[in-house]
Design a protein around this ligand. Structure first.
Ligand code: C2E
Ligand code: CA
Ligand code: CA
Ligand code: CA
Length: 278
């Protein structure tokens, strides 16, 4: 029994070591993603339920690593945030997305561009300068840009957050609260945040057809948004049934696999055409 215990212990020990070795390897590679040009941006269409047309896209980053394969942002964004690598990475994503928006615009494809902003980026004292510089450099209109923030970025210091949001709004950018309802934001704060969009989180959309609680939440978010003069986007829509309920609730926009997965830029125009035609 003594021998067994020892073996078990060293097994876990090795597991831990290999986990932290992986993390260190990942972190080292992550530091080089930009110089090695290993990041790419995919775009997922956002559809207006009123018109059935694609009105915009959300930019979603991917890391195509020769060693680790396609690494999900769920895996590397937290690491990038801890190491502050998210600042240059986030800036690269924003610039890439803005350039792409301008390119599509020149081809006659007018789409709003939603870009996710980490709370680390949001708290950076040079955020406004950086965004202004990227808009200038790419020639993108701020009115076409929508920045997606999670509640956690806003609630820590609500007064400071309000001030930053106001500056972003005065540039002309839209502001979406991502994953709305999953965090801890109080409704009292929401009233003071100059937010333009609430995104209904996928966890509430998933069981919309079968869970009356989820339906009540989705309905409340739509009502709240309407009353506060904000728009609603439901994310993670996969089934016709969910779509029908969201339409009935008066949700304005949807994103989800039912229309399209996030795709590379060169595939997007054909997808927009198909959705709009269908
Ligand atoms: P998010 O901003 O909530 O993005 C929505 C996620 O849901 C995306 O995952 C998207 O691919 C996925 N999705 C869209 N429609 C469906 C659907 O119908 N069904 C299902 N099951 N999933 C759907 P993705 O691309 O893996 O991104 C995960 C998260 O990583 C994002 O969640 C966002 O928080 C973060 N992220 C992605 N790109 C960036 C970025 O450029 N910057 C920052 N800071 N975070 C990013
Ligand atoms: Ca998002
Ligand atoms: Ca989301
Ligand atoms: Ca999410």
């Amino acid at each position: 029994a003594k021998g067994e215990g020892k073996n078990t212990f060293s097994f876990f020990d090795e597991e831990l070591n290999s986990a932290s070795r992986n993390r260190i390897a990942l972190e080292q590679r992550l530091r080089q993603v930009l110089e090695k040009n290993e990041l790419l941006v995919l775009y997922q269409p956002k559809i207006s339920l009123a018109t059935g047309k694609v009105t915009g896209v959300e930019a979603l980053v991917r890391w195509n690593s020769p060693e680790f394969g396609m690494v999900s942002p769920l895996r590397f964004i937290p690491l990038a945030e801890e190491t502050r690598m998210i600042i240059p990475i986030g800036e690269w994503v924003l610039e890439t997305a803005c350039r792409q928006q301008v390119l599509w615009q020149e081809q006659g494809l007018s789409l709003t561009m939603a870009v996710n902003l980490s709370s680390v980026q949001f708290k950076s004292p040079t955020l406004i300068e950086r965004i202004t510089a990227i808009l200038d450099k790419t020639g993108m209109l701020a009115e076409q840009l929508e920045l997606e923030l999670t509640e956690s970025a806003l609630v820590e210091k609500p007064n400071e957050a309000t001030w930053i949001l106001e500056q972003l709004r005065s540039l002309g950018c839209g502001i979406a609260i991502d994953d709305f309802g999953t965090g801890y934001s109080s409704l009292a704060y929401l009233k003071n945040f100059p937010v333009t969009v609430l995104k209904i989180d996928r966890t509430f959309v998933r069981d919309l057809a079968h869970d009356s609680g989820d339906r009540a939440i989705a309905q409340s978010v739509v009502a709240l948004a309407n009353n506060l003069d904000m728009q609603t986007v439901a994310e993670g829509v996969e089934q016709q049934e969910q779509l029908a309920i969201l339409r009935e609730l008066g949700c304005a926009f949807v994103q989800g696999f039912i229309y399209s997965r996030p795709v590379p830029a060169d595939e997007l125009p054909a997808i927009v055409h198909t959705i709009t035609a269908g």
